[in-house]
Design a protein around this ligand. Structure first.
Ligand SMILES: C[S@@+](CC[C@H](N)C(=O)[O-])C[C@H]1O[C@@H](n2cnc3c(N)ncnc32)[C@H](O)[C@@H]1O
Length: 281
């Protein structure tokens, strides 16, 4: 089989995978309301079989397992071994039975035809080097007229949580060059026309892409927010690899900047996403 998505495989299996696992609860606080909105749009029914792509540590897979009931089932799929190990451990600890995990690349995994009533993802579908091939492949596993519902990031400049913190970090850290539009990465689908074209070329119909924006808490206070966001987005690996004195400067500057975002709930920043629904023809 042709090797694909090599950079992303390395990224999510090496240091980033470990950082992601260690930040699990904080990521869930931040992504929680966005994932919950995507689950509301999906409207899972008892007894359905659902695939959760790029499931990560499986918070949404566990929610789905509960919503689908014991006659339904969830398959969590991810390319990262350390992240999936964490998901499996949580399923074991919580004795969740109607769930299975598959370590695989969703772009070329062999799906049995008509396996799923629906495919879902919370920020796990933007990392393919050939998105049309990936969505076409996913559709193979979906039943006829089955639905695909996912949330992905919209316009990067409308996402303060990453834009503001990256602008600060760039003063102290050498960050990777900004990804070109459409390159695999968190903002691959920020252009909704391109996203629509990808889904349509992959064979989806009745495509609906709606903006969902919110302000979410990224930390109870500026210190917590700075320590969290310094380990998210493009600064996470350069921050991890930098000297303690540099890390201190980054944290101090982030804390100062985040003072402008303090509300009664904590540090609140803007998030802008696409809530996407499409069907297999
Ligand atoms: C931003 S994280 C989101 C994780 C999880 N859905 C959540 O909301 O916490 C993206 C996830 O997609 C996974 N991923 C990236 N490319 C993938 C691919 N081609 N096939 C399957 N999973 C992939 C990564 O390993 C990572 O766990």
């Amino acid at each position: 089989m042709k090797e694909i998505n090599l950079e992303q495989k390395e990224f999510w299996n090496e240091k980033k995978g470990k950082i992601w696992v260690s930040l699990g609860p904080r990521i869930d606080d931040m992504f929680g309301p966005l994932g919950d909105e995507a689950l509301r749009v999906l409207a899972p029914k008892k007894g359905e079989n659902v695939l959760d792509v790029g499931c990560g540590t499986a918070t949404t897979s566990f929610k789905l397992a509960g919503l689908l009931g014991e006659k339904g089932s969830v398959t969590g799929m991810d390319i990262s071994k350390p992240i999936l190990e964490c998901a499996k451990q949580k399923a074991k600890e919580n004795s969740i039975k109607n769930i299975e995990f598959v370590l695989a690349d969703a772009q070329n995994h062999y799906f049995m035809a008509d396996s799923y009533d629906a495919i879902f993802s919370r920020f796990g579908l933007m990392f393919f080097d050939d998105p049309v091939a990936a969505f076409s492949n996913l559709l193979k596993g979906l039943k006829s007229r089955g639905r695909l519902t996912f949330v992905c990031w919209a316009d990067r400049s409308a996402n303060d949580w990453i834009e503001v913190s990256t602008n600060i970090a760039t003063k102290f850290l050498e960050l990777p060059p900004k990804a070109a539009p459409r390159d695999p990465g968190p903002f691959a689908f920020e252009d909704p026309l391109y996203l629509n074209e990808v889904l349509s070329n992959a064979g989806c119909n009745k495509i609906l892409i709606e903006n969902y924006s919110a302000t979410n808490v990224v930390g109870k206070n500026t210190k917590e927010a700075a320590e969290f966001l310094s380990r998210m987005g493009p600064m996470s690996l350069p921050f991890e690899d930098s000297e303690v004195s540099v890390q201190r400067k980054v944290i101090d500057s982030l804390e100062k900047c985040f003072a402008d975002y303090v509300t009664i709930r904590g540090v609140e920043m803007k998030f802008s996403t696409w809530m996407v629904t499409a069907y297999k023809a």
